[in-house]
Write a protein of this length. Structure first.
Length: 333
């Protein structure tokens, strides 16, 4: 028997409650779309800003055409299709690649943007998902090495024909940040951006209070939260094994893949949530810290300024960085 599970963005309930109970008399305006295989939404509290909401969806579509591995003429697809040949790409693609390289180095390769051949083997959207052939997995793992990327200005080249880029681990956060940058430039001071569970807040709520963001209780079918945090002008990004997975003969296979083995991590973690300023950093850190495990991941978080984390282990216990509960108020639910 095969069970396939895909959980779409996990923190809508508490986000919605936060707006309805603390944003004053203004009625929210919301725009949603489906990009990068996930639901995204932007909520603002100024009904004169409908055009800005529409432009956010245009930005999402534009960046999907830059970064997607499923669009044949995207920047990333063109790089992957070239062998030892430089490809000229957009400024934003370079910016995102450099951010990916930063987290690849910071995590000593546990997070690696050249994971494309491996992720292409695992199809969590298939009607009948299956574990890939072990030899194919070994071959894909052997090609993973962020040092095989060369960047010269706006030109990018992979130096290994078997290597392939996949920026899915940080692209949503990058796009959320770009949306926020645009909205702030348009004079918007309150709002909320949700890209597949990457939640990014603009300023404070219109009543001056903080946003209440829920951390999902892993594997809860109702989407209930295990805790909530209070944030202002920050992001909450979660990587968890309960979002996309399938089960075969009692074995569970989730989408967070170990670049050393080619198979899903089995390190005692269920999820890692990052609270910081930029969503792209939350994206990179949530995946990197998950890959590094509880001890080393927490060490990394504690070494960073203005960054906090909540790790949930397989016994459903929460392990919080030192600023949770002080600089970042939290409530267990």
């Amino acid at each position: 028997m095969i069970l396939r599970k895909t959980v779409f963005p996990n923190i809508f309930l508490l986000i919605i409650c936060a707006f309805l109970t603390g944003c004053g008399k203004s009625e929210p305006i919301v725009k949603s779309g489906f990009y990068f295989d996930t639901i995204i939404s932007v909520t603002l509290y100024d009904n004169s800003k409908a055009a800005q909401l529409e432009h956010c969806m245009e930005l999402a579509e534009m960046y999907e055409h830059y970064f997607s591995t499923k669009i044949a003429d995207s920047d990333i697809s063109k790089i992957n299709a070239s062998v030892n040949t430089p490809v000229t790409v957009h400024d934003e693609t370079i910016e995102l690649l450099e951010k990916g390289l930063y987290y690849s180095k910071l995590s000593s390769g546990k997070f690696d943007v050249t994971i494309g051949k491996l992720t292409s083997l695992w199809d969590f959207q298939a009607a009948q998902p299956a574990v890939p052939d072990s030899n194919a997995i070994k071959a894909a793992v052997s090609a993973i090495d962020y040092k095989k990327i060369e960047i010269n200005g706006n030109e990018v080249m992979l130096t290994d024909a078997d290597a392939a880029l996949d920026l899915g681990g940080i692209a949503k956060g990058f796009i959320a940040d770009k949306m926020k940058e645009y909205l702030v430039s348009e004079g918007i001071t309150s709002g909320l951006i949700n890209l597949g569970g990457n939640v990014l807040t603009i300023g404070r709520k219109t009543d001056g209070g903080s946003y209440t963001i829920g951390i999902q209780r892993p594997f809860d079918e109702t989407g209930a939260a295990i805790a909530s945090v209070q944030i202002e002008d920050q992001t909450v990004v979660t990587s968890g094994i309960y979002e996309r997975y399938f089960e075969i003969k009692g074995g569970r296979y989730h989408h967070i893949l170990d670049v050393d083995t080619g198979y899903p991590f089995d390190n005692g973690l269920i999820s890692v949530s990052i609270i910081c300023h930029n969503s792209v950093d939350g994206d990179g850190l949530s995946t990197a810290c998950f890959a590094m495990g509880l001890e080393k991941g927490m060490e990394l978080i504690e070494s960073l300024d203005n960054t906090e984390a909540i790790f949930i282990t397989s016994d459903h216990e929460m392990h919080c960085s030192s600023g949770i509960g002080t600089s970042i108020p939290m409530q267990k639910l």
